[in-house]
Design a protein around this ligand. Structure first.
Ligand code: UFG
Length: 333
């Protein structure tokens, strides 16, 4: 019988890509999402790709009663992947309480319900932001949590600690910078938020939604002066979740965290340049001041997940930029 995986936030960007990979690997995903910053189209898209019906509950993870009903109805949940959370760094600075109550509150409810319904495995959607500005690069999982750059970052640190303290088996996946879309263009980033991440902004310049974009600082201590990040294709990221599920279901007493990045740093200018080449487009850009809270450079040491889960990134950065642009074009039709 197929194992049931409860996916909170499954109608979102990374969640919907993970539904497809779970299904393709023989799991039965069950989605809970309040659709506040995601889309039913992502569930429909995942159904089209997998040619299957996906169980969907339109629920808020902070609603204990409704979540309890879900756990009662779905008696055999084997593991939970918890994506549902607010994710705007910028908004979290303006409304920190909103981030603390939602991101931490929903996890507390989930752990509580998992305990009472005897569900013992959780994969948690974390972020490299937990490291703050790491002392050594590439950063590995032994690096301590750094000073949180934002309330959003602090919620990720607090959630990891909460999971660590619980009795539940857990894997925290620390994402670096997810980019791209499924090659079908049937699922993608549907956030209602105005984009403030680099590749979605480049796509908006490409589509004409924005006239131009700014590069936030070129006086960093990096080869071309602009910030360096580790960009990972969302399909590779989604596949890592399946490997994490395989691992947690086949082992007992797992409490760990993995970096999820390709292990290579790219500067802002290199990303813009590659996007222009791959998609044969000109992206109008100008140099601007530094953005508050930006880390100068961060990229991953992904050896731990290579060795322990056998996960390696296989998708190219070029295909991420191509599919990101394809998704943007379809979104605007
Ligand atoms: N950038 C620009 N211009 C823009 C947008 C971004 O120059 O218009 C630069 C940023 O300054 C940064 C790089 O592009 O140097 C990447 O910025 P993103 O906003 O795409 O990504 P971040 O690295 O800032 O943020 C990501 C995730 C967060 C997470 C953080 C941890 O989006 O969820 O990594 O470092 F918290």
């Amino acid at each position: 019988m197929k194992k049931n995986i409860l996916v909170t936030g499954g109608a979102g960007y990374i969640g919907s890509h993970t539904l497809v990979e779970l299904y393709n690997s023989g799991y039965k995903p069950i989605v809970v999402d309040n659709l506040s910053n995601s889309s039913l189209n992502n569930i429909k898209g995942a159904e089209q790709i997998t040619k299957s019906k996906i169980d969907f509950y339109k629920l808020d993870c902070t609603d204990f009663e409704q979540m309890n009903k879900l756990f009662e109805e779905q008696k055999n949940i084997d593991a939970v992947i918890h994506f549902a959370a607010f994710k705007s760094v910028e908004e979290s600075v303006i409304q920190p309480d909103k981030y603390f109550s939602n991101n931490i509150g929903s996890l507390e409810i989930l752990i509580n319900l998992m305990n009472s319904h005897n569900v013992n495995n959780i994969i948690f959607s974390s972020s490299c932001t937990v490291y703050g500005s790491p002392e050594f690069l590439p950063v590995n999982e032994l690096a301590p949590f750094g000073k949180a750059e934002s309330p959003y970052g602090e919620t990720k640190q607090l959630c990891e600690k909460l999971i660590q303290k619980s009795e539940i088996n857990s894997i925290s996946l620390r994402y670096f910078n997810p980019v791209g879309s499924h090659p079908s263009s049937l699922i993608g980033d549907c956030s209602a938020d105005k984009p403030n991440n680099l590749v979605p902004i480049i796509c908006e310049v490409a589509s004409g939604k924005r006239k131009s974009m700014q590069i936030f600082g070129n006086d960093y201590n990096t080869p071309d002066g602009t910030c360096v990040r580790d960009y990972i294709h969302v399909v590779d990221l989604a596949k890592a979740h399946v490997m994490a599920v395989n691992h947690i279901l086949n082992n007992t007493k797992i409490k760990t965290a993995y970096n999820l990045g390709v292990g290579k740093g790219l500067s802002v200018l290199e990303v813009i340049d590659s996007f222009q080449k791959v998609n044969n487009l000109k992206i109008s850009h100008a140099l601007g001041p530094r953005r508050a809270g930006d880390v100068e450079k961060i990229y991953s040491d992904n050896t731990k997940i290579n060795i322990e889960l056998g996960w390696f990134p296989v998708m190219s950065f070029e295909s991420a930029l191509e599919t990101a642009w394809n998704w943007e074009k379809l979104k605007n039709l």
